[in-house]
Design a protein around this ligand. Sequence first.
Ligand SMILES: [Zn+2]
Length: 570
Amino acid sequence: MAGPPIHGSYERRNAAPPAGRPRPRAARLVSCLGHRLATEGEGVRTMRGENRTGRRTAARAAFGALTALLMTVLAGFPATARAAATSPATATLAAATSVTASAHHQTVVSLTFDDGTAGQFAAGQAMHRYGVTGTFFIITGAVGAPNYMSLPELHQLAGYGDEIGAHTVSHLDLVATTAAEARRQACVSRDILTRWGFQVTSFAYPDGAASPQVEAIVQGCGYDTARIATGLAAPGCPGCALAETIPPADPFAVRTPGQVDSAMTLADLEQSVLRVQRAGGGWLPLVFHHVCPSACGVLSIRDATFTAFVRWLAGERSHGVAVRTVHQALGGPMRPTVAVPAVRPHGIVNASMAKDGAKAAVNLDMATPDRSGAPYCWMEGGYGQNKARWQRIRDAGHWAERLTVTGYSSGGAEFLQLFDLGECALPVRPGRPYELSASYRGTVTTQFAIYRRNAAGRWQYWTSSPYFPASSQWAKAGWRTPPVPAGTSALSYGLSAFANGTLITDGYHFGPAPAQTTQVTMTRLGLLAVLLLIAAAVVRWLIRRRARQPAGAPAGRQARDRPAWSSSSR
Ligand SMILES: [Zn+2]
């Protein structure tokens, strides 16, 4: 689909049409593209513009030749002879190699991938062909969503020896969110991946955004290490070190030279490795996002370029370059997962929209939403072909959100509770219906669009309400949902605009449907009333019957029995 990026996690395609009026649905979420593009110039720290004149030095070539000669000689020996390679005859060569190796620390490259996007699976297969492994940082809530890798694909990568690391559940900026939500995002994603069968010791911060507090939270979830997305030498970091150390000075802020982007060439990538090697070695973690057959956004690399780089890296093994996963590079124990308390049910947070949302630090990748400037606990959502603009405005002395849609040809736009783990999203119990409402005015017909979250944190379109007519005056839209489907842990809803025009909303309310309880009580009361009527009728019949009975005649079974019992007792 052309136009804005598709946010597959919020898939509305193939969803049940609302209230008998089908219309095509396809998903996108346009939360923060504008912000991302605006910050791109500042935030993307690449290795562009670095000195590309460096070539393999004569010394390096000589060392390579010597190593190759040694390998050839050793390969020609039988096992016993190789075991005796420490004999005086070969000791000199071995000593020479070891001296060279200690003078030049090994150069270790880690290929790391953020978000678990679909194209990374092909990248993993290409790496597998060359015996190279990498670390894939996964957003658990996106696994299996369109444009993301599926769970079987993740298992296949793990089978190749690749490392599966965590990248939160819903890709929230952990610095911009509360400590409780940051803890849930970091701990729950590790727990989900562990339950899926992966050994998870490494973490990568969404957008690379970390703070001492966030680092402590991530460490508390049992990870051994966490990666940021800057800190090593790049145009945006002129005075920075060329390579990370092993172990790193801060294992919860492992540095990288920015993020690989579409402007980087194969030569740029090769030079980034060679530069580290020339400077005496060290650890170079590289950050990749999309890997695509053709250009696919700023944070992407073409398949062909990536494969050529992997082939080159594999060839560099004999020149002292090792490619390792983050865990292979650092080691560290596999710690138990850490449970976090579930969120208690709550209504709409920041219903009045008075509280501003925290701005995300840098929003560079296009995976999932974050606080793009929407009010606290809210986010902007949309899908299909149209242009939507969200503005927080003052209306009659209250904050309200105005949505303006132009250039409409398909889909719609809405304003939703943030897709998180429960800080803002609405925790629910499966099987229960819920009541939702909001005030609105505007020039378009509207309806509630409702999304639900599953146990893995994945958000999907669930259902829509009937339509509410356009209203120039403030009007109230209210709806009772069907019982929440099994496996749902939270909802997010909003009034949707699906035509050119404006829609202003405010006064949101959400809670378990009391009507359901009332209905059950009414049913019970009705049954009780019927029973009472029957009982009254029976009593009346008995009284009438007794009244018609002639004096002295036996009156029913009890009257007949009583004398018999009385006589025997006498
Ligand atoms: Zn990411």
